[in-house]
Design a protein around this ligand. Sequence first.
Ligand SMILES: Cc1ncc(COP(=O)(O)O)c(C=O)c1O
Length: 393
Amino acid sequence: MKEVKRVSFDEIVERRDTDALKYEGLKMIWNNENLIPMWVADMDFRTPDFIIESIKEKCSQGILGYNLPSDNWAESIIEWHKKRYKYTIDKEHLIFMPGVVKGIIFALQTLTEEGDGVMIMPPVYHPFRISIENNNREVVNCPLILEKGHYFINKPLFEEKIKSCKMFILCNPHNPGGRVWTREELEYIDSVCTKNNIIVISDEIHADLTLPGKVSYIYSSISPTAKNNSIVFRAPSKSFNMPGVMSAYCIIENKELRENFKKYVTGNEFDAGHIFSYVSTAAAYTYGEQWLAQLLEYLSDTINFTIDFINKEIPRIKAIKPQASYLIFLDCRELNMTQSELNDFFCNNAGLALSDGEMFGKEGIGFMRMNVGCPRSVVERALRQLKEAYEKL
Ligand SMILES: Cc1ncc(COP(=O)(O)O)c(C=O)c1O
């Protein structure tokens, strides 16, 4: 493990005019460059030095040629999971992916047919729905239940709806609700899905960002049946703020599923990374433990600060406290605004660019998603602006 000095997450890193989506989007989507960007899920913290160095080292070799996975790519993933999750991944079960969403699309294309039902639990990360629709599969919604500030699975509905499905896409942990599913909840999903012969796709991109005090589980670690019926997608991209680098991978324990999937992705050359993918992933997992611990502490403080501020100063907005990651889902239904009034309020009155809750399904109407993965001073400014706008309502 490399000693990592105290990282300053308070540092403001200038990202304007760097082609960063989060900033360019202010012009493209909101037509207002002065908003504070708190939408797309990347953070405004510097990517750790050990990751940048791994890429610089590749560049210093002088030739950006075709590249094989570095020896330590698979090893670093295996070690990370052994240490952090007490889970042993067989190297043969690991497949590089050019992105989690692309991986989910490959799974849809290889393991379901046109017209098959695919279940999701909205409000949920919108590319799930879009990928199902774009591939002419049927979206089967099993909306989550929001109770006392937490989302829960609607079990009777889950059991009923799953019957018309071939696949279930789980967001584990959940975006935008921030839920880290408990072992019992995952066991429940496993028992129902196994009984109905359902393939579970578990998107675990936010798992390493599980906040102090919570434990997240790799879906396939839950039981032999979960292992047998699932594809687990993971990546260091969110946790180490490197989503611009292709760094995802999947774990498929079932031989038959794996062979079907591999035939498609290898046959179409979808499972090859670029020259920086492997070394940067290996650097993240080899040297990242201390950096990540510091990040989680910082995010946890920021989240607590944000929730306290909103509870006290903006009481008609209810902030749902995430158990993982840096996305806070704001329940704004008490403001009694239409969705377009709500978007207008955040943008034009508060000067903030947030993700529109409706994007995550109709269950997200009346909600907005706030990304607090940025220096505390930016969050403080955003909350002051929100309070001022709220007081003028
Ligand atoms: C739940 C979830 N899955 C996947 C992604 C995107 O992953 P990728 O860029 O690897 O496709 C995101 C990004 O916000 C996400 O929140």
